[in-house]
Ligand binder design. Sequence first.
Ligand SMILES: [Zn+2]
Length: 334
Amino acid sequence: MSLTVSRSRTALNSITLLFFCYAAISAALASHRDQDASIQRSNHQEATIKLDADRIIREYSSPQAIAEMPQWKQLIISVDQRTRAAILTNLPASYRKYENHNKTLHAKLSAIIDRALDRYNKRYSLLILTHTQPSIMHENYTVLVITTGLLERIPDDAALLMFLFHETAHDFFAEESIRLKDALNQLVVDKKANGPEAQQLVRQLILIELKCDAVAARLAIAAGLDTASFGNVLLKIYKDYPDQLNGLSYIGFNIHPSPQLRAHVIQSITAGQAPPKRSIKSPELKEIKRILSSERLIDSVLTNPSNWNVQSTFMPGQRQCFRGWYIENSSCSS
Ligand SMILES: [Zn+2]
């Protein structure tokens, strides 16, 4: 636009001026049309994701999915001691900064998690962060990172385990996720981040998130959990932290579906299948709540959770070399 103005000033010919005015107006209109087109594209994307969500619901509600569940164990990732140690050593400084060292808190949370994952032979190393932002994530499918902000919001064991099962479900899609993220990284390097290819990759990553919710719902049914509280916690988190979706982005791409769609997938799969039980708070969860209520002072030190950059270790163009998946892979040298 500034180029148009400077050039129009040097042009004495009024026709040229008119031309540039026209050019400026049509450029503005074109940019407006681009915006409209991008809104239409994103609406279209959302509509098709909803269709895909319905397909995922059907898939994970089918008798075949239920019959295949015993084989899900084989999809669980377990790493050897050396890799686990490497992953722990390479944890981002942005995590360590908020590390919670309360041994009882760790022991109580580990007890709940280990009990739930016993049947899947999955063991996480646990990293609790004293942070108000409610978050849970896994690092290299090996370290479970969970904030006190999330623990504070957990009303019962079922909600906690739904968050846990979602993270564990990522094991099932690990190879696909890493392939998609690597491809997305490459598009950023090639300056094609706004193109249709990137949009397609993001869409695939969003669908993986919904599949993780679907798997979590199935695992919850198998564990006889009443998942009703989970959807409410999820919706409340996004209401209180509207920037949470950005926080969960990958190198600037939002790869998470809306909480409404996530809740829809979980509710549709669990409807009428999980035995309705009362909200259960285990003695461990009660103890966790008690500890957290006395640790609030530490939380108050943190003032701006949205500045917390959990993605600091992943920059465009950088392969995810320190992921456990790649630590074992000698071809990953950069
Ligand atoms: Zn996820």
